[in-house]
Design a protein around this ligand. Structure first.
Ligand SMILES: [Zn+2]
Length: 315
């Protein structure tokens, strides 16, 4: 999730929910987790400047890539030391559009390590056919988003075809959207009650620096649809946008009360999480070491099991 907005420099207010963690404990947890590599990052991008093999979208050049390269190897170099062994790779619309070949290639090379959330052209009425083909290539989710100039973005023939297909294949409809789109997703979930849905990055609540109660309430309300899950991710882009991100803990707690550990999953959103003062470790540490309202078993679900069941199911 590229975000150009300014990082808030206001003084940090103490989060209303208590946090725990000591450097020693955190270091020990990281060290033992690294050995097992048991965690799953439910959302990262990768790309390459080698356009001889993987083409960029028309109008995009290698100069637009920042960083220039962020390959699977680069990703695992920051993820593995934190105990992350598997990652869900997310198609980057701006760079590659609906050409998912780079991510699929990464999956082919390491099918146990990666799954792919791809993009298909949802304006094609038979978009579901492309989803079924991609399902054979490690694609267990589809990235969808509001399209400019299309008012009912979830009611086009192609989108309806996708939601119906997903109810059969169990591929998740992964929504990159803002709080104002929650009501439309709510309506779509009523029309397609069996379709798995994953909301990216808390529906970007707090992207302008303010986490609004009405937005948190609306996102919590989507929990009434039993196949909706939420990625608790992209901390660099939400609220104060500064480690240790404790200002986001109250929102995470609210969602935990609404969805439970079985329907929330941690994700980094790399390489964007690596910008400025942010880091991979700061992201996973918020869930692994700092929240005190979950049991060990629930924490394991947030960091592994939910993503495993959602994206790493057998083809
Ligand atoms: Zn992203």
């Amino acid at each position: 999730m590229p975000d150009k907005s300014q990082i808030s420099r206001r003084d940090a207010l103490a989060a209303s929910v208590a946090v725990v963690g000591s450097t020693t404990l955190a270091a020990r947890a990281a060290a033992s987790a690294a050995v097992k590599a048991e965690w799953i990052d439910a959302h990262s991008h990768i790309w390459t400047s080698d356009t001889s093999v993987f083409k960029l979208q028309p109008g995009i050049t290698v100069e637009d890539l920042a960083p220039k390269d962020f390959t699977a190897k680069d990703l695992m170099a920051v993820a593995a030391p934190q105990g992350v062994g598997r990652v869900v790779l997310i198609q980057h619309n701006v760079f590659h559009g609906a050409d998912n070949s780079y991510l699929i290639d990464a999956w082919r090379q390491q099918p146990d390590r990666f799954r792919v959330v791809a993009i298909v052209d949802d304006l094609r009425s038979n978009a579901g056919k492309a989803m079924r083909q991609l399902f054979q290539q490690g694609v267990t989710g589809l990235r969808i988003r509001p399209r400019k100039g299309i008012t009912d973005w979830l009611q086009t023939d192609g989108m309806i075809n996708m939601w119906k297909t997903a109810a059969e294949t169990r591929q998740s409809m992964c929504c990159l959207m803002n709080p104002e789109h929650i009501a439309e997703v709510d309506a779509a979930c009523q029309r397609h009650p069996d379709t798995p849905v994953v909301i990216d990055h808390f529906a970007r609540i707090g992207v302008d620096g303010t986490v609004r109660e009405k937005d948190v309430s609306a996102l919590s309300g989507l929990a009434k649809h039993k196949h909706v899950k939420v990625k608790i991710s992209a901390y660099y882009a939400l609220g104060k946008k500064r480690p240790p991100y404790h200002d986001l803990v109250p929102m995470i707690k609210r969602l935990f009360e609404a969805y439970g550990a079985d329907r929330l999953m941690w994700a980094s959103d790399c390489p964007y999480q690596l910008t400025g003062d942010n880091s991979y470790e700061a992201s996973i540490a918020l869930i692994r070491d700092h929240i005190d309202f979950v049991s060990d078993k629930e924490r394991r679900k947030l960091l592994r099991t939910t993503a495993e069941q959602t994206f790493f199911y057998n083809q």
